[in-house]
Design a protein around this ligand. Structure first.
Ligand code: ATP
Ligand code: MG
Length: 539
């Protein structure tokens, strides 16, 4: 593909435009010039025919037959008056040509039968016979196009005896037109050449700075940002472009320098960071080492704890059971009657030992649950025997309190999945709490399908006791938490019952919750999953 430089494109386009404009103007000028010349020729023809008709007719009448030489002289004098006239014919009203200037110029004697020709063309004949002058501007003639004037000659007294037919050629006009054209072509060539020269300088003025800009851009593209764009003095958009481009390069230079500085800074930061990461990793590894040591120590402690629990279980519970057993036998007076002091002391021994055993059992339970070692025997459980057993045990705890212990069971009561012993432990704790924290009134155990989810059975223990203040409700399931007991119940407990109960219920797949009103009473409710699965759980 040929590539043409911007400069040559500009020169070409401008020259072409100049040539086009000039040609168009020349053509218009030629047309106007031709029109003017044509008009001039017509005016000359008018004047010539008007002025020459009478002398011609008079010369014919006076000298054609009697002095032909004189006639010819007069005719030639008239012919010389116009450069454009080609022939003049004198015709009578019958169309007979009386003389033809072309013939007469060849001869020196009057022709015998000058006419020899008769005009028969009816159109021309009618024009000849008419008395109006008629002009035909474009008739064919031997020398090319011609003007034909038919000029009837009417005597002053009104007789129309002759008609003159003039033929004028356009040659003179063509000659002057040719001169005009030549001059025009000469000046056209001159102007186009001047135009090309002008456009060359114009193009150089525009493309010079553009070339310099392009060279600078190439340098920038190659990475040389130290290049300077030479100032352009054209005081136009190009000068603005050059100065903008120059400041752009300078900005770029500054930006790249800043970027390099930032990159250096970033690299330094990166190295710092790497060093810090290495340091932290070292510290982490050390801490990990320490942690592993701690884990090993903890595992050893856990093993020691398990060993301690096992031994406590055996070493403490065995003698405690003996103490309970023997003091119970003594209290039953199987070895003989007891005096008042003996009975009081042995009762204290008996109660304290039982309390201690309960405490040890609870602590063991909590420890096992926390260690994840607690194993439940989960099976299908019929709740009714458990409910009745707990009510019986609870009756034994009432002592002299005016409390009505009640049980309601919604029939049919489905079986549940759980550990029977632990269900009983949970329920007994709730009932014993109910009795412990109620002065008088009712403690009622109810069992039935859970209201909001029939896939569960719910068991609740409602009392009319001291109730729990709302702010204390979240605390009561925490180990060893005991609130004040204004009932004066001596069975103070350890504060582990509810915490163990909640964990057992949750392990069995249920939930333990409480609703209470201070001084009015409390209701503890726990749920257990039905053994027969029941219907689909509700949302
Ligand atoms: N029905 C209730 N009415 C009022 N307060 C209650 C009731 N049940 C429990 N509480 C409060 O919650 C505390 C914790 O109960 P939790 O059963 O865990 O311990 P405890 O009964 O005191 O001792 P134990 O370990 O022998 O059960 C109780 O000390 C008591 O303050
Ligand atoms: Mg309790």
């Amino acid at each position: 593909m040929i590539s043409i430089s911007l400069r040559w494109k500009l020169i070409l386009v401008t020259s072409l435009l100049i040539a086009l404009i000039f040609s168009f103007n020349a053509y218009q000028f030629y047309r106007i010039q031709r029109q003017i010349l044509e008009n001039q020729i017509r005016e000359k023809v008018d004047a010539y025919t008007m002025l020459s008709s009478r002398p011609l007719v008079e010369a014919f009448n006076n000298y054609f037959h009697s002095g032909f030489i004189k006639f010819k002289e007069l005719l030639l004098d008239i012919l010389v008056l116009s450069q454009d006239v080609r022939t003049i014919e004198l015709i009578d009203v019958n169309g007979v040509i009386l003389f033809d200037s072309a013939e007469i110029q060849q001869t020196s004697v009057a022709p015998d039968n000058p006419a020899g020709r008769v005009i028969t063309d009816p159109d021309i004949l009618s024009r000849i016979r008419g008395i109006e002058k008629s002009v035909d501007y474009h008739v064919a003639h031997a020398d090319g196009e011609a003007i034909e004037v038919i000029y009837p000659f009417v005597e002053e007294w009104g007789k129309h005896s002759y008609t003159l037919r003039y033929t004028f050629g356009y040659q003179e006009m063509e000659r002057s037109l040719a001169q005009v054209t030549t001059r025009m072509i000469q000046s056209a060539v001159l102007f186009v050449l001047l135009g090309i020269l002008g456009s060359f300088f114009f193009a150089v003025g525009i493309t010079g700075p553009v070339k310099e800009l392009a060279a600078a851009a190439r340098q920038v593209g190659a990475g040389n940002l130290d290049v300077r764009v030479p100032p352009v003095r054209t005081r136009d958009e190009l000068a603005g472009l050059a100065s903008t481009f120059d400041s752009m390069i300078q900005n770029l230079r500054t930006t790249i320098k800043e970027k390099d500085e930032y990159a250096g800074e970033l690299h330094r930061l990166y190295l710092d960071m790497e060093e810090k990461v290495r340091e932290r990793t070292r510290e982490l590894a050390e801490k990990n080492e320490l942690l592993q040591g701690a884990v090993r120590e903890a595992q050893a402690a856990d093993r020691a704890k398990s060993a301690f629990l096992a031994s406590m279980s055996h070493e403490l519970r065995t003698p405690l059971n003996s103490i309970i057993g023997f003091s119970g036998v003594l209290l039953q007076e199987l070895y003989g009657p007891l005096n008042e002091n003996e009975r009081r002391d042995i009762t204290t021994i008996y109660n304290s030992a039982r309390h201690l055993l309960g405490l040890i059992n609870d602590i063991l339970d909590i420890s096992k649950i926390e260690a994840g070692k607690f194993e439940l025997i989960v099976e299908r459980v019929n709740l009714k025997p458990i409910l009745h057993a707990v009510i019986n045990t609870g009756a034994g705890l009432l002592k002299n309190k005016q409390i009505e212990l009640g049980l309601t069971i919604d029939e049919p009561l489905p079986t549940v999945m759980g550990d029977a012993g632990r269900i009983q432990q949970v329920l007994l704790n709730l009932v014993s709490n109910g009795i412990k924290f109620t002065r008088k009134g009712q403690v009622t155990v109810s069992a039935g399908l859970a209201k909001h989810n029939p896939a569960f059975v719910s068991i609740s223990v409602r009392d009319t006791g001291i109730g729990i203040k709302p702010e204390n409700l979240p605390k009561i399931f925490t180990e060893f938490v005991q609130l004040e007991n204004p009932t004066g119940d001596t069975q103070s407990g350890t504060g582990l019952g509810l915490s163990i109960a909640r964990r057992f219920v949750e392990i069995m797949g249920g939930q333990l919750s409480v609703e209470s009103q201070w001084t009015v009473g409390s209701t503890f409710t726990f749920t257990l999953p039905r053994a027969d699965n029941g219907p689909e759980p509700c949302a």
